[in-house]
Design a protein around this ligand. Sequence first.
Ligand code: ADP
Length: 493
Amino acid sequence: MEAKPGKKERLLGIQTRVSWTFFLFIVLMVALLWLLQIQLLDQFYRYEKRRTLQNVSASIAGNIDNTDLNTLIERVAEDNSLCVLVVDKSMETVYSADTAFSCIIHHLNHRDLRRMAQKLETDGKDFVLFPMQRVRNSGFDRQRFAFPVPLPMNDEGGEYLVSVQRATLEDGSEYYVLLNTLVTPVTSTVQTIRSELWVLTTALLLIGFLLSSILSRKISRPIIRTTEAAHALSQGEYTPISDANAYREIAQLNRQLTQAARDLRKVEETQRELIANISHDLRTPLTLIEGYVEAMRDIPGENTPENLQVILDETHRLTTLVNAVLDYSRSQNAAPEENSRRFSLTASIREILTRYGKLTEQDGYVIRFEQQGEAYIQADPLKISQVVYNLINNALTYTGDDKTVTITQTIRDGHVRISVTDTGEGIEPEELPYIWNRYYRGKKPHKRAAVGTGLGLNIARGILDGYGMDYGAESTVGKGSTFWFEMETAGDE
Ligand code: ADP
């Protein structure tokens, strides 16, 4: 049993797979967005704050001798919402900017400032960060800062970052740059982002779902179309597959399939042709045998050894033909030379004519053979005799009331030409090019052509083409036709 195209299989279809992959990709993206926005936002924010403190601190320390330092300090304080305090060795304020609200450093006493500066010494660094937790209504963490810090106006619990940096002046004296910033709790921001993310997530999932189904359909359609065409092909329908919207690979596959379809059709046609040719070839000897046997049965004295010989010869011909059919698979690949040998074409025609002998005698036909010399050719005698038979049969069928057919053999320039001439009604010039085509039968019905198949000349053409021979037909309407073929002779005697 072959699988129908629509039949459910356990394997996932390309459309499902593509749409799922795309959809999963969207889900992954959304998950990543949530993770970054919700989970890591706080850490990013803190990291950014630390970096700002560090950069601003370094910049102030680097410009400590600058006469414009005050302007610089005020600008960075404003731009970054920072509190800046620059103190000398004895913790006296040199510069100060308390633009930001809740400036802790401005509320620290000298002792605490000194302790912070000392941290630089103990850590052996130029820059130290102090995270500070302020507890609602109770001032700063007493564990770290054993002093009451007067609380500024806003009394919310919160986290602060304080930094201390050592700055050395040109004269060698040391200042301390203190900065502090409020680490705003990101909870409210996260809340906003979260509700925004929900909207985004829903929109993304919807768009993702829509896009994935549209995309997957678009991607899989050419493949499905090709599959259907291949299925139709297996059913014997040779519809060419359109390459519109296909990808390069699918277009290539389509071309291969179309080629395969063409080849298949050719094989089928060859088979049909073969059967038609064989039946046609079998009919000629059978008709002869039938005629002879009937004559022997009905006419006294016809039961002669000669007549029996003709029947025997025709039977032999039949056997040879049947054998040829049986050998078909072998002979199909074989070149036309396979069974070719040198033989006398003249003798072969003479032999064929003796077979027609009885027929001509009985029905008043006259077959004349005009020949000069003996022509030898190199070919398969059976195939050449098939050509001769077909031409004579036609001439006998279509010849005029004088029932005369003339076969002429001329040898010239190493070529022998056999012409079969009748005195019939001839062939219309516009019909002449088509008579060699398969199944072509003349438009005018002929009284003796009742059993015509339109194959005889086509078989002859196939054989003559196989040998690369010249051949043709000339005809004058009302006067008769001449069919001829010509080939190289294979030397005398
Ligand atoms: P068939 O004779 O079986 O019809 P052929 O292939 O031998 O098929 O011939 C094809 C057609 O060519 C014939 O139907 C006939 O019209 C035309 N034809 C062939 N030979 C002759 C001829 N000698 N005189 C007139 N017409 C001919």
